[in-house]
Design a protein around this ligand. Structure first.
Ligand SMILES: NC(=O)C1=CN([C@@H]2O[C@H](COP(=O)(O)OP(=O)(O)OC[C@H]3O[C@@H](n4cnc5c(N)ncnc54)[C@H](OP(=O)(O)O)[C@@H]3O)[C@@H](O)[C@H]2O)C=CC1
Ligand SMILES: CC(C)(CO)C(=O)C(=O)O
Length: 323
């Protein structure tokens, strides 16, 4: 590790999820965050996290930079051990942006993002660096800039990418998150965990984003809704199964039941894709829906409902991009 026993971490994507991990990691590592629209606010006032788990009004002032070139110049001769990517998973952009802060053969890149098929562009860009793939359960929103609301779950599931790569960097990062007080599980193969989470994201995220509705509002909208959601999730399950990540119908029903159980509590969730649509931001349509559809079609899996969601969400994303 770089300085004594404290590893050196750069966060790229200081939004809802990233800031909670920045706060946690700052307890066990030397941290710096790349900030964009929140740069001036955070540089002046720091972040405030209101978390159902860690406490309300948590104030901290991290080291912030405007981009990875500035991060690299501040790092001087001591390279980053980790670049943690918590921006939205929009393909074709981030590897170039983080490159100045990535030391070949040294810096591990940790992808804390939703979706499937998101890792390969990092392996292509950084073929001598460890790539760590992380599935994240952490409902969080940044509103206004610098103020993070975090709900009742915090869990990372981590593994190497590709699965055959050395496990040492992913295991070390898992230990770092634990040492910082977070919840982290190492998995020999992280891909089945990605698909299990995708059951929720590839179904609820586009449906809620396209309808400007919380998940429970969809379920309550008409008698047909529950069966349609189950059918979409079963298509995702079939694609996962065809790609070597077996899931049972019971696991699918469990994922659907989580939203059903929140109806009497009046506790609907606004998935991140809905929040992005409301804020006029580009959506993670390829990472969360498009990649799965393509992987399904390549294996001859029937996924008409998911494909329809992809086409609609893609058109919405392009429309947002034109505004
Ligand atoms: N939010 C949630 O509840 C959950 C999210 N996830 C997943 O976690 C990942 C992160 O999501 P979330 O935290 O919601 O994302 P946010 O949109 O809250 O944060 C992303 C951050 O990345 C920053 N960013 C993007 N591009 C750049 C750039 N070029 N330079 C500097 N900063 C940049 C954004 O800055 P700017 O503000 O300037 O755009 C923003 O602060 C996603 O893959 C999401 O699907 C998973 C579980 C739950
Ligand atoms: C499951 C959920 C809704 C929150 O953890 C999510 O992953 C998202 O908002 O994208």
């Amino acid at each position: 590790m770089s300085s004594g026993t404290r590893p050196k971490v750069l966060l790229f994507g200081a939004g809802g999820v990233g800031t909670v991990y920045l706060w946690l990691l700052s307890k066990a590592a030397d941290t710096t965050a790349v900030c964009r629209s929140n740069f001036y606010v955070v540089k002046r006032d720091g972040f405030i996290i209101n978390s159902s788990i860690f406490g309300q009004g948590l104030h901290f002032k991290p080291e912030v930079v405007r981009d990875c070139e500035e991060a690299a110049s501040k790092a001087a001769s001591v390279p980053y051990d980790y670049v943690v990517v918590c921006s939205k998973a929009i393909p074709g952009i981030v590897p170039n942006l983080i490159a100045p802060a990535v030391t070949p053969g040294k810096t591990a890149i940790v992808l804390v993002q939703n979706g499937v098929g998101i890792e390969q562009e990092y392996t292509d860009a950084f073929d001598s660096n460890p790539i760590i793939s992380a599935v994240v359960y952490l409902p969080a929103t940044q509103r206004p800039a610098g103020v993070i609301a975090h709900g009742e779950v915090e869990k990372l599931q981590l593994g190497s990418y590709p699965t055959s790569a050395s496990q040492i960097p992913a295991r070390a990062f898992t230990e770092l998150i634990r040492a910082a007080g977070g919840t982290a599980e190492f998995h020999d193969d992280i891909q089945p965990r990605r698909w299990f989470k995708l059951l929720i994201n590839a179904s609820w995220n586009p449906i809620c984003g396209l309808t400007l509705s919380k998940d429970t509002d969809i379920l309550e909208s008409c008698d047909e809704a529950g069966a349609v959601l189950l059918a979409v999730m079963m298509e995702i399950r079939d694609i996962a199964n065809a790609n070597g990540c077996a899931m049972t119908k019971e696991e699918v029903e469990y994922q659907l039941s989580r939203a059903q159980a929140r109806i009497p509590l009046n506790a609907g969730i606004e998935p991140s894709m809905l929040q992005d649509v409301q804020a006029g931001r580009r959506i993670e349509v390829e990472a969360i829906v498009g990649n799965a559809v393509r992987m399904g079609k390549a294996k001859g899996v029937q996924c008409d409902r998911l494909e329809m969601l992809y086409v609609l969400a893609k058109a919405l994303d392009l429309q947002i991009g034109r505004r």
